[in-house]
Design a binder for this molecule. Structure first.
Ligand code: ADP
Length: 275
């Protein structure tokens, strides 16, 4: 066996090594291509609003404008400036998520408070255009339940899903935000909408940076194309799992499945709420 092995090593060893090296180079080339794509995407996303802004500044500086035109231009300039601010905020959030250690598992937050805050932000975004359902206060799955992790990360992931539901659901549509304890431990945060839905082909790529199905709809509603990559990072960092179910024209359901280690129930509080 020893002899056979040494013959094989002599005969195929170099091939084997070269294969490993090729994989390494391919991996490096892929990373490099991804980095270049990312820089190109960021530049493009920033250049578009900058070009619009520069055009308006020049117009305002060179043309005599009536008060209505001035007002309209200032509104559009504010819109473009906000767009760049959101983009930079999302980019910084992503960079921080990628560069910092995982959030401590002993930092506990009442789930009822999280849901309430997400509800307020979602209602604000919808401005009464959608029917939004939230868990009842006093719901047994909420009373005394706490979730472990980084508060701003958790809020950012959950509000991103809720804000997408509003942005990709036509007016009068239904959105429901849910929270359930799982029988075997752990819990599920769920956002369900009756919106435009997502074709199956897109699902695997949805959490990639700047991946959008309809770029103009995303931008018109204030999207940066980074929301779901932020969600993906937060979910991974909390040992959770993201699932997406969707039907074109019927709607989508996004779920975050939290492991048992990150969910705890204060029995006394839960029992008092039920009494
Ligand atoms: P964006 O800022 O473009 O919304 P996201 O990363 O949050 O970026 O989402 C990526 C893409 O996934 C969106 O552009 C949209 O096409 C699709 N998407 C996300 N959420 C939903 C949803 N609830 N319903 C339909 N499409 C969605």
């Amino acid at each position: 066996a020893q002899l056979l092995l040494s013959v094989l090593v002599r005969r195929y060893g170099s091939v084997g090594q070269r294969l490993v090296l090729t994989q390494d180079v391919t991996e490096r080339q892929r990373n490099e291509a991804m980095r270049r794509d990312f820089v190109a995407n960021v530049s493009h996303e920033i250049r578009t609003p900058l070009t619009v802004l520069a055009g308006f500044v020049e117009t305002m500086a060179t043309l005599p404008l009536g008060p209505d035109d001035r007002e309209r231009m200032l509104q559009l300039m504010t819109q473009q400036t906000r767009r760049m601010q959101t983009l930079v905020t999302d980019l910084l959030t992503l960079a921080r998520l990628e560069g910092s250690p995982q959030p401590a598992p002993d930092d506990w937050h009442p789930v009822a408070d999280l849901i309430e805050q997400i509800g307020v932000e979602t209602q604000g975004l919808s401005r009464g255009r959608h029917l939004i359902r939230l868990p009842e206060t006093g719901d047994a799955d909420l009373a005394g339940v706490e979730l472990a992790g980084n508060l701003s990360e958790l809020l950012s992931a959950m509000t991103n899903l809720a804000s997408n539901a509003v942005r990709y659901t036509p007016d009068e549509g239904r959105i429901s935000i849910g929270w359930q304890l799982r029988p075997g431990g752990g819990a599920v945060f769920e956002v369900k909408d009756s919106g435009i839905g997502i074709a199956r082909d897109h699902l695997p790529r949805l959490t990639e940076r700047f991946y959008r199905i309809d770029g103009s709809r995303s931008r018109e509603t204030g999207g940066t194309g980074l929301g779901l990559s932020i969600v993906k990072h937060v979910v991974q960092r909390h040992g959770a799992e993201l699932t997406i179910d969707s039907q074109i024209g019927e709607g989508s359901t996004f779920r975050i499945l939290f492991p048992a280690s990150r969910v705890r129930v204060h029995r006394a509080v839960a029992e008092a709420a039920q009494a």
